[in-house]
Design a protein around this ligand. Sequence first.
Ligand SMILES: [Zn+2]
Length: 553
Amino acid sequence: MRASINVNDTPRLSQNPLVGCLRWMTVTFVLACFCSIPPAAAAAAGGGPQVVIVEFHGLKNGIIADNLDRLPTFRQLIKGASDKGSYIHLPRVLTTIPAASVPACTAMYTGRHPRHTGVVSTIWFDRTTREIRTMIDYFQDRINRLVAGRGIKTIFEHVARAGGTSLSAMLMMDRGADWSLKSGMFFWGNASTLGFLKNGRYFPDPWYIDHKTVSAFLTGHLFFHTHSINGRLQASGALPDLMVVQLLGTDIRSHFPEKSFRRADADMDTIQRHYAATVLDPEMKRMLDFFQKKGCYDQLIFILLSQQGFIKIRRHLSDSLVSEALAGRFRMSDASKVPEWAEAVVMPGACTKEVYLKNRRTGRWLDPPRLLTDIKPAVDALLDEPRITSALKAMVVRQYPGERHEGIDESGCWWRLDLESYPASQRTEDDFLTFLEPFEKKAADFALGDAIVRGLNQQYSRETTPDIKLVNQKGIYFERDTFKYGHHGSYYPEDLQVSFWIAGPGLQSVLPGRHVIEEQASTLDLIPMTAFLLGFPAPGGLDGRNPLAVLQD
Ligand SMILES: [Zn+2]
């Protein structure tokens, strides 16, 4: 049964420390002056339809589709003012693994799997340099640099190569966009201050994030007016061919819902439905009204999408549990540059947990760790910890085809350890090898098993792969912040499956009518679809395809 949206359930201001607030604002205003640097302007756009991608970060599958009667602007955009609008609905879109913001967005906006982009997770260990890598940085340019260094093109570079222009708002990865607006400390500082005033905790207020993002997108912020839609119209009288705006609020709200939702023990659909009705729909109205007022709405095609779903956390596990379990048998390090003497590295967790092991005979991280002498002791130590085993859904172990020869065939990517038989056995070396089975044969008890195997095979490069991956049951998360209410990154459909909508008056001239594509699509398909809608040639060398091709007659 679905709970209904309580639109009266607005947050109340709590007691506020104004002094801290003012200090935040002062510091962040000074820092704001060092924000993004404007790139050179490009040529004005052509006359065809233009595409606006609105990314609702972390929005679950079905939140739009199942609630159109409560989302008047979404309904108007999708169905048209007189209910005659053309639209395309893709209700089954798989994101890449892991279903986490940074790797999933990097894959979606490049059309390449994480093992190609190099952004293989939120945080990972590089076996070549012994460094812990993360892509989150103040200047938000690490992803751009990493991807460019690997020769991977972004959606903006593909549009430019086809002769088009593009604009991005609040995307970390914006390489190749002719006009880019990025967030800065001012934005996050104010959002956090407001969040503190409303909820008593320093996390960003989602409404502020989304409202200011839409303002920046439409009319600019600080010194970057010319990078906004209004700025482009004033400068050239034309819209860019592609406009992308990322609204992060749904993700933030779902991690940290308002007190009233916590008290009511609300499920994730209730929280997101409320957010869609009270924030996303009004912000979409601002966008549509703006485009209509400027007289350019009729040529627009909107792609509404998200890069991952969300799950309510039902149990927190201490994030240090895995390190503590291994510490008796391995020398552990959590330094950002892992020292020579370390033997095991454990990543901060979520619904999965990654363990990297060194080959302790050769002393090299790039040599596959020995199955019986390095991997098995780690597996046994993890299985000896009941708080871990009671949360486990699966434990997978990396294969190294052609590199390791210990009497078991290594021709795939991952094994899955039989968690019923092995712990109940004598745990001999033979038992260990016997109960390692190719993951593809044992994937069926995950609802999206085949997709998980494929996605996991495409996640890591040789130098970034962990050796053991713990996969928790649904809703159980390794977490340092036990205040966190919801999370993502799991192997369950609620996180992995999202939906896309394509709508807007400009669609009529490209693909008229109403279509539902039931076939499974991928977030990797975004670039081929966008190219198709813009009438550009499909870029080569991508991992996605164009699911709209089936609608062409
Ligand atoms: Zn998140």
